[in-house]
Design a protein around this ligand. Sequence first.
Ligand code: ASP
Length: 348
Amino acid sequence: MKPRILIVYTGGTIGMIEDPETKALKPFDFTHLMENVPKVKMLDYEIDNIQFNPPIDSSDMDVAHWQLIARSIADNYQNYDGFVVLHGTDTMAYTASALSFMLGNLSKPVIITGSQLPIGEVRTDGEENLITALQIAADQDSNGVPTVREVAILFENYLWRGNRSTKRSADNFNAFKSNNYPELAKIGLGISFNYDALAKTYHSQPITPHYELDSRVMSIDLFPGLNESILRYQLNTPGIRGIVLRTFGAGNGPTEDWFIDAIRDAVARGVVILNVTQCVNGGVHASRYMGGDYLLSAGVVSGYDLTFEAAITKMMYLFGLGLDTGEVRRRLAIPICGEMSITNQRRM
Ligand code: ASP
C-alpha cells in the first residue's frame, strides 16, 4: 500500500511569487507550488491537499486559521498515514505549539514546513523541505507504526518538536531551533531519527481535537527602567485573563515593592501570570534568586523552560477548555504534550 499523505497548504514564502509591480512577495496557489516540485511524483505516495483560500502570509495567522488546520487534520485523521502543513516561517512555531495542544490523542505525524526562498526560485530550500517533510510523514516501522507521533517542524537539516521550536533566523536556511530540547531527527544524506527524543506513546484511538482557544492573553516583557504606571496599565488591560511575563535570567524580576504589589494585585483580580525567561536557553528556577521567589510568592506560575510560543498558546488552550483560574494555573505547571521539562535544580 502506498503511503497516504494529506498536505494542508496555508501559504507562506514556499508558495509565494513576486508581485510584478511592487516586487514584494505575495502568497500564491497550491497548483503553482506543486508544478515547481515535479520530483514529488518520484515518491510514489498518494497525496491529497486542502488549501487555504486565499493562502496567507503567516503574519496573518490567527485562531480561526489554527481551527481550520486542526479541523482539516482531525476530520481526515483516519484516512491518512501522515499530514504535512505548509506554512510561512514567521509564525510557524506558534502554529506548531497551538496544534500540539489542540490535537489531543495525536498518534500520527503532523509535519510543518515551509521555506526561506519561494519554490520557484533557483536556490530555493522549499523543494528539499517539502520532499523531506513528506518522507518523514510517511515513515513507519515494519508493523505500520508511524515513527513520528507528534507535531514537528521540519526545516533544512533538522526535525524539531513543534512546541519546543522557535524561529531563530530571518535569513538562514536553518531557520528554526529548539533551544531546550534535542532534535527529533537530523537530515543529511539520510534522515537519522533521534528515537530517544521522539514522543513515545502509540495507540490507535481516535484523535480528540479541541478547537476553542481563548485569545484574551498577552505578554509583558521586563526591562530595567520599566515604568510603574505603564506596568499597572498593562496589568489592568480590560478583559485580560492571562499574561506571559517574560522575565530576566532564571525567572527574575525587580524586588521593589511597587513591582511585586502590582503583580500581586493582578493575581488577586484573577489574572493568571506565567513566568518564562527571556533567555533563549534554560528556564525558570523561581526560587534561585529573591526576584524570582517574590514572583512565586505573589502567585506567578513557573513556566520552567517553555518557549514563549508554547507559553502563550498553552494559556489560550487552557482558558479555551473553559477551566477556572485555579485549574488553569494548576495545569500550566504540568506538561501536556512534551512542551516543557520540570527541573528543580539545586545549587551544589
Ligand atoms: N512572511 C513569510 C510568512 O511567514 C515568511 C516565510 O514564509 O518564510 O508567511
